[in-house]
Design a protein around this ligand. Sequence first.
Ligand code: AMP
Length: 310
Amino acid sequence: MPYSKIGKNEVCIFMLKFAAEYEFPLKKNKMMYLFKKEQLLNDFLKKKKQKIAFVPTMGALHNGHLSLIKKGKDLGGLVVSSIFVNPTQFDNAEDLKKYPRTVEDDVAKLVSVETDVLFLPSVDEIYPKGTEPTKVYDFGELDQTMEGEHRDGHFAGVAQVVNRLLEIVRPDWIVMGQKDIQQTAIVRSLLKQTSHKTQLVIAPTIREADGLAMSSRNRRLLPEERAEAPILHTALQAAKAQYKKEAIGDVKAAAIASIEESGNLKVDYFEIVDLHTMQPIAEWGNAKEIAICTAAFLGKVRLIDNVLIM
Ligand code: AMP
């Protein structure tokens, strides 16, 4: 019986909780293989001898995540996705505690898009020697702005977990979302600083019908906050429309005012940066490819979004 029909079948819930490996039936006699242990995953991947597209996630999956799985499938080979809420990239204990965890729903979604493998490790499996970082990377100025500046240690934690996951999965491709544009710059730099033979593939941001970028954190928004949230994207688009028409300082000031006008949104940053250096530019002509990026608090939830000018 397909997993979607079993629904909340107790056996599956039991296996998800306690089994180190499990198989979820897909269509046409195919399976999605679940592994919680590095060794079991490695044994399986070695036997398969296929190219691997890897999609790391923190779970609470939505169509944005699923678009990355589909992108991975288009690349050919086996699609391996991971769900791991990485404690070392959170600078805020409350945010880590409140991060949505919906693993049964996630499994059903991964099955629905025919993911080949789900890696679902524990914190001990990822960090057997403790969570203290053993390697320090130099991201130059890439991590000095925006998320790097506003979330202490965030990118050190991202680099630590991505490096560890790449060591375990050894993929040909890592597929990541434009939604976290600065993160993609960090991972590109990480790949240069390490010996991983993995190519970074970036997929576009998937949005709700009203423009709000899909995010696991959106489910924590209260209804009135959810109604306000699309303003972030509206402000980004309005700023982009002023490209080379208005001075950057004026565009930023107008964007921040329009976001905060709504009442509940509080801007953490609104930056117009060179896509390659992640450094703010003073004039439109100072960069060929530009990212307009913002982060804002909406009640207790912090949202990020960006648009590109290529
Ligand atoms: P997360 O689970 O938030 O760590 O995200 C896992 C991956 O999904 C990252 O590469 C994100 O950039 C990507 N992602 C998150 N939201 C979206 C979205 N709305 N559209 C496309 N990719 C996304």
